[in-house]
Design a protein. Structure first.
Length: 365
């Protein structure tokens, strides 16, 4: 038994996705007649956030947009339904590289190698089992609704785009495995089977398409080795640029965290410690798909979650520690970013065995 997977990377603040994925979600919602303006407002999307399809946006914007869409559409399978209209262009240069591959094995190898250009929110792995291969994806978000939608969307995209590229032979997906629970309405399972074209099993150890080993070497419709080489060179250049951007963002994030811990996390203070003007800081962060407010919110949210999970300090004390005007403004801010109240988050951690520390006087929101 062999598993083919890239090195482990721990989830961290500042995860981003390709803006074209956000655009596809918006366009799909619009095509389904959903109130896109209300979804954008609920997600807190700045008007120009997705103007450049090749740019990067904070993953939490996509998370909020999709979760708002599920509620507004009253469609628990929204992500899966969106996958039916997916195209390679939504995945940037990786989408085009996969279109030029000669076999499904090449498609999976290219996905593992270059998926960092599409998003930071999940990881593809290839797992070998007797007679079959599991093409897996694991979403690292801690939001269960978004994790479900993102997983079903991506596996649905693999089915819609890559599997249909096979030139000959029968439908190769033997079954689909999903880590999450089945839908509340049993009748919806038929919809899963309609879209995937095979049995779908829930509460599984991994989320994956299960393929016969023979499917990996079957020819794809339009292989182009020369084009693939050019596209891979471009992909490597993009990774180099991203590494440089990550270096600046990592420094900015580390400096801002230090300032926040001292109660001095203003934009001006960060610019000063980074050795630039506030305007230059704004422009540099904008070029790299981020902003001062995004970094500030990410770090404060991470600090809030740690205080909630690792102590029994009352909500009012944590609000004061994070320099909020009061408990209500902290609770409102936390719910907007995390999708639940501080009290709900703490209760969930308590059930997971993550709450530590001595009791403190006070009440939780």
């Amino acid at each position: 038994m062999t598993d083919h997977k890239p090195p482990d990377n721990a989830p961290e603040a500042g995860d981003t996705v390709l803006a074209s994925l956000l655009l596809h979600a918006i366009n799909s919602a619009d095509a389904r007649g959903l109130p896109v303006d209300a979804m954008r407002e609920a997600a807190g999307l700045p008007p120009t956030l997705s103007a450049d399809p090749g740019g990067r946006v904070a993953a939490r914007y996509l998370e909020r947009l999709v979760c708002a869409g599920v509620k507004l559409a009253r469609d628990p399978l929204l992500g899966l339904h969106m996958s039916e209209h997916a195209s390679p262009t939504g995945f940037g240069v990786l989408g085009y590289i996969r279109q030029s591959c000669a076999t499904l094995q090449e498609v999976i190898d290219m996905t593992i190698r270059y998926e960092v250009l599409v998003s930071d929110i999940g990881r593809t792995t290839l797992m070998r089992r007797p007679g079959v291969t599991l093409w897996c994806w694991d979403c690292k978000t801690d939001n269960p609704l978004f994790r479900r939608q993102a997983t079903e969307y991506l596996l649905g995209c693999w089915r819609t785009i890559q599997i249909r590229m096979l030139n000959t032979g029968p439908h190769p997906v033997l079954r689909v495995l999903l880590r999450h629970a089945p839908p509340a309405e049993p009748a919806l399972i038929r919809e899963y089977e309609r879209i995937f074209g095979c049995p779908v099993l829930f509460n599984q150890p991994v989320s994956a398409l299960v393929l016969p080993n023979s499917a990996l070497t079957r020819p794809l419709a339009h292989p182009d080795a020369a084009l693939q080489q050019v596209l891979e060179q471009h992909a490597l250049q993009l990774i180099d640029r991203r590494d440089q951007a990550d270096s600046f963002l990592s420094r900015a994030r580390a400096q801002l965290l230090s300032l926040l811990q001292q109660g001095q996390g203003s934009r001006e203070a960060l610019a000063r410690i980074m050795g630039m003007s506030s305007r230059s800081l704004h422009r540099q962060l904008e070029r790299e798909g981020s902003s001062y407010r995004e970094l500030h919110d990410e770090l404060r949210l991470d600090m809030a979650k740690r205080y909630l999970a690792q102590s029994r300090e009352p909500i009012s004390g944590i609000a004061l520690r994070l320099h909020f005007g009061g408990s209500q403004s902290f609770v409102r801010w936390f719910r907007e970013l995390a999708g639940e109240t501080p009290g709900q988050y703490r209760e969930g951690k308590k059930e997971d065995g993550g709450l530590a520390g001595k009791p403190s006087a006070g009440t939780a929101a």
